[in-house]
Design a protein around this ligand. Structure first.
Ligand code: SAH
Length: 337
């Protein structure tokens, strides 16, 4: 086990299991996440024999940063994991704080046609410790505090459900990294049964859904997951999620030139979303080695935006980050291969 991948609940169980009081879990979390020690020996309120036991039961390994690249307010980090697999994270500095985009899997099986990450099939899930480790290492190496986390790097988080949920619990725990649930966003391509599961959890995180098309025909072409969970099922799940959690859901819509950016499609999108507590986040496409897809022109993006506004849909255009350093969407890792 890795200490950075264990939730408070599981650590409490562990201590009870070795005949210790469960409040030791809180003490350990405080040492590692608040006082930021790097060894069990430094936990000075824990007795020696317990420290010895912890040392033999837990690893403290963090993923190594093997490359950093900066572009203005954006910096990308390439990590090498214990088994030499690589993932990336992207740090974005906003005026309201620093956010980190973390990866959830090595590779991705979702196969979205425009996305670079899917060029490499999933090799394995990331462990929760490897997700927490991305945050801790970036904070350590760049000396900044991360105030918000988006799970939008390589991988489909709901395809690695248990580890991602543990990750969220650990970073959200007041004794862990204490990142508020409203500062944590999970982005999914729409794995319907997992959206239902997520809605049952008492977590007030933000859910973002990669929609990218207003109808099944186009969405199935762009995103194979749509064949398994078509829009009618997906929208019912989203409605259920909104009513159970009382949270507004973000609909991500990456604008692809001549593919999904027409005014008719904007109106179709508005119809699909009418009456739902959602807002649309229009994402300028980051051009990748998928040469069949191009970024919509600025004029077209603005017109699409205006059409949604006219239809009374809440909409924003995402600020572009790190396109010069291919910090977007799996490009760093795929360049390194
Ligand atoms: N698998 C999850 C999270 C990772 S992708 C999901 O599908 O949501 C994060 C977001 O980036 C998704 O909305 C994805 O569709 C989008 N994306 C992928 N490649 C992109 C590109 N080249 N330019 C802009 N957005 C991209």
């Amino acid at each position: 086990m890795n200490i950075y991948g264990i939730t408070r609940e599981k650590l409490e169980e562990y201590f009870l299991g070795i005949g210790e009081k469960k409040f030791k879990a809180i003490q350990i979390l405080e040492w590692f996440y608040q006082k930021r020690v790097h060894s069990f020996e430094e936990c000075s309120n824990i007795k020696k024999e317990v420290i010895e036991r912890l040392k033999s039961d837990f690893s403290l390994r963090l993923p190594n940063i093997i490359k950093r690249e900066m572009d203005g307010d954006t910096e990308k980090f390439l990590f090498e994991l214990e088994d030499k697999e690589r993932v990336e994270a992207v740090l974005m500095k906003h005026n309201y704080g620093n956010s980190l985009c973390v990866s959830s899997e090595v590779g991705c099986n979702m196969g979205c046609k425009f996305c670079e990450s899917g060029r490499l099939k999933k090799i394995r899930n990331l462990k929760s410790s490897e997700m927490v480790g991305q945050i801790l290492q970036v904070e350590k190496e760049s000396g900044v505090r991360i105030s918000s986390v988006v799970i939008m790097g390589i991988g489909e988080p709901l395809d690695n459900y248990e580890n991602v949920i543990d990750f969220i619990k650990i970073i959200n725990d007041a004794k862990g990294l204490a990142i508020g649930a409203r500062h944590i966003t999970l982005s999914t391509c729409g794995i319907v049964p997992k959206i239902y599961e997520l809605s049952e959890l008492p977590l007030q995180i933000n859910l973002a859904l990669s929609l990218h098309a207003p109808n099944d025909e186009l969405r199935s072409k762009l995103m194979p997951i749509n064949k398994a969970y078509p829009l009618n099922e997906l929208m019912v799940a989203v409605k259920d999620y909104i009513s159970k959690t009382n949270r507004r859901v973000t609909m991500e819509y990456v604008l692809l030139k001549g593919v999904n950016d027409s005014l008719e499609q904007a109106i179709e999108l508005a119809k699909l979303l009418r009456g739902l507590n959602v807002y649309v986040n229009l994402i300028p496409y980051n051009e990748t080695s998928h040469i069949e897809f191009q970024k919509s022109e600025k004029k077209r993006i603005d017109a699409f935006y205006d059409a949604l506004v006219k239809q009374h849909i809440n909409v924003t255009i995402r600020k572009e980050f790190g396109s010069k350093i291919s910090a977007a969407c799996g490009q760093l890792r795929s360049k390194e291969l």
